[in-house]
Every structure is written in structure tokens, then in C-alpha cells.
Design a protein around this ligand. Structure first.
Ligand SMILES: *Cc1c(COP(=O)(O)O)cnc(C)c1O
Length: 352
């Protein structure tokens, strides 16, 4: 606390990310990082990148990266916006598109950064309850709003909406922006990108952190109608002209180029997820159907917070959120098969 803080800063309750312990080597299944390294092409970029390049500011438009992403998604360059992680892209989207006179809507159980951006940008919001099975009911969003944002698949549930559901959401919501946060879409959900052509109010956000094994790089992007992208650019150019550094651009390009490695990692993680779900069920856990690189689980007669602490003592980190409706749940990132096996054997002995 300081008397020099603004009123706004006094009121902020910042987002608390999952632990990144620096002291001890945990089996880290708490922040949805990939168990696999980035593509070997990226180590080659790091080996050949000329330090001389860092003398100059990067291209403020990240033109090469934008062009590569546009080609990858079959869109025009003016339909792509890149930023320093998708969290930053989302922050700009909140300010550029969701700061309206009417409250915005998002699910009651969802990415906990959304209410934090709302506080930062003074945006009113309403939380729309998931159903009993923790599914988003698109029809519940049929009401006046200043915008809608939801992750697909949702986090931390892992449950995906179908493309038809998203199309319906867009049909019934034409007068405000709809943001679909696709941080986890590559692990098994249908992307809303094909809907961009007919829906000038749709913004899709993506991340290099999860499915491209590059959480440390901080690279994310948004796709949408050129007018939406221009709105994001106006905010970005009023905030930081150079959010993506030269090295990050080169690494991002190398990642996009290595489609085989990308697909191979996804296949492995999806296979590990299916095995993990089977093993957790055998231990008596209830699991929600996951299309992401994590599973959301609860045990009918075990305290989730205690399980979290006991696992931590055993050297395994998972995520416990607490809070309304999910205080009996844990979110577990899909690790390598060895990491998942270690988790299952630790849980087996804790549950004995
Ligand atoms: C991880 C995550 C992000 C942020 O990704 P970064 O690109 O690492 O900033 C955005 N949305 C959701 C739902 C996430 O889980």
C-alpha cells in the first residue's frame, strides 16, 4: 500500500499465475506447459541468430511473422495481430473491443484473467453459469451485452464447444464483439477461424505457449476482420510499439515452418491425455471430457486442496483453484507418459 498509488491500483486484485518454483525440480503439471521441447529448428535459430540484429529496434508490425501466420490460416495480412503472449493480445482486445456501455459476458468458471482485465480497464461484466456438467450453454448468452469472451476449449474445464455452437453464438450476437480464446484449440477442438469470413465481430486469439511448446518466448496472436485488427493496433501503438522482439519473431517463424514436429507433439499429448484419463478414473476420479492439454478432475471423497498439498510434498505440482463450484477440483496438465505415470503412482499411494 502506498499513498502514491492511484485509486485504480488500490482496487486491483492482480491475476495469480500457477507457481513457477525456482528452488526445486518438481514434476510440473500446473501451468499447461508442454512436456516437450520446442522444434529442433528453434535451437538452430538460436545458434545462428546474429547478435548484431539486436542493435536495431524490431519491425513494429512484425511483418514477416504476420505474413506467415496469415498464410498458415488462409487469411490476409490485415487480419492478423501479434503480441507479447496471448495475454497481452487479450488485454488489448479488452480495451479495444470490450470496453463498452453494457456489461460483457463470460462463463462463471473460466480463465481467471478475464475479470482482472475488466478491473484494469473498468469494464462491467456478468458471469454466465456453466450447466451442472460444467458445459457452456450458448443460449444463455442471448441477452444484451457489450461483448462476449470465452475460451474454446474452456479453461479450466477442458470442455469444448462445437463449431455449430459457436456459429449459433455468433448468429444471435451480431451487435457486439465475440472473442474466442483458442489457447488450447490445437489439442482437439474445432477452430472458429472459418467463421471469420462471415462474422466481422469475431476475434479469435491464439498462443504459442501451449501447443507450440514456447511458453517462455511470450508470443500470441489474434485473427479477425481487418477493422477489429486495426482497433487492436490502435491500442498497441498507444502502449508499446515493439511488443514482439526480433528473436521472438525469428523463433515464431521457425515454429510455424515445422508443421510435422508440431503435429507430432500434439498427437503424443492427446495420446497421453487419453491414458491419463483412464488411469485417473481407475483411481476413482471423476474427469470432465477434455479437448485440451490438461484434465479437470475431482474425487468423490477426497479433499482437493489436501491432495494438491500432498502431491506437492511428493514433488508433483498440479493446480488447485478453490472458489465457488470448483473447490473440490484439481486441474492437471498432461505431462510426458513418465510424468503421468509418476503422478498416478503418487495418487495411488495417497488414496490407499
Ligand atoms: C495460457 C492461456 C492464455 C495465455 O497464453 P500466453 O500466450 O502464454 O499469454 C490465454 N488464455 C487461456 C485460456 C490460457 O489458458
Amino acid at each position: 500500500m502506498s499513498q502514491y498509488w492511484s485509486k485504480l491500483v488500490h482496487r486491483l486484485e492482480p491475476y495469480v499465475p500457477g507457481e513457477q518454483p525456482q528452488d526445486q525440480a518438481y514434476i510440473k503439471l500446473n501451468t499447461n506447459e508442454s512436456p516437450y521441447p520446442p522444434s529442433p529448428a528453434i535451437q538452430r535459430v538460436l545458434g545462428t541468430f546474429a547478435a548484431e540484429n539486436l542493435r536495431r529496434y524490431p519491425d513494429p508490425q512484425s511483418g514477416d511473422l504476420v505474413t506467415a501466420l496469415a498464410a498458415y490460416h488462409g487469411l490476409g495480412d490485415d487480419q492478423v495481430f501479434v503480441g507479447n503472449g496471448s495475454d497481452e493480445v487479450l488485454a488489448h482486445a479488452f480495451q479495444a473491443l470490450l470496453q463498452q456501455d453494457t456489461p460483457i459476458l463470460f462463463p462463471d468458471i473460466s480463465y481467471s484473467f478475464y475479470p482482472v482485465y475488466c478491473a484494469l480497464y473498468r469494464i462491467d461484466f456478468e458471469r454466465i453459469a456453466l450447466d451442472e456438467a460444467f458445459r457452456i450453454r450458448v443460449d444463455d448468452y442471448r441477452r444484451g451485452n457489450g461483448g462476449v469472451i470465452l475460451p474454446n476449449p474452456n479453461a479450466p474445464t477442458g470442455i469444448a464447444l462445437t463449431l455449430r455452437d459457436i456459429a449459433r453464438l455468433l448468429e444471435q450476437n451480431r451487435s457486439s464483439a465475440v472473442i474466442i480464446d483458442e489457447a488450447y484449440v490445437d489439442f482437439g477442438a474445432a477452430t472458429a477461424v472459418p467463421l471469420i469470413a462471415d462474422h466481422p465481430n469475431l476475434l479469435v486469439t491464439r498462443s504459442f505457449s501451449k501447443s507450440r511448446n514456447l511458453a517462455g518466448l511470450r508470443l500470441g496472436y489474434a485473427l479477425g476482420h481487418a477493422d477489429l485488427i486495426e482497433g487492436l493496433q490502435r491500442v498497441k501503438n498507444s502502449f508499446n510499439s515493439y511488443p514482439v522482439d526480433s528473436l521472438a519473431s525469428s523463433i515464431g517463424l521457425a515454429s510455424i515452418d515445422d508443421e510435422d514436429y508440431f503435429q507430432d507433439c500434439i498427437r503424443r499429448i492427446v495420446a497421453s491425455r487419453e491414458k491419463l484419463v483412464t488411469d485417473l478414473r481407475q483411481l476413482g476420479f471423476e474427469t470432465f471430457p477434455s479437448s485440451a492439454n490438461f484434465v479437470f478432475v475431482r474425487h468423490p471423497d477426497r479433499n482437493a486442496e489436501k491432495l494438491y498439498f500432498d502431491l506437492k510434498s511428493a514433488g508433483i505440482l498440479v493446480r488447485y483453484f478453490g472458489g465457488a463450484r470448483i473447490d473440490d477440483c484439481l486441474r492437471i496438465t498432461v505431462g510426458s507418459d513418465d510424468e503421468c505415470a509418476a503422478l498416478i503412482s503418487a495418487l495411488a499411494s495417497l488414496l490407499k
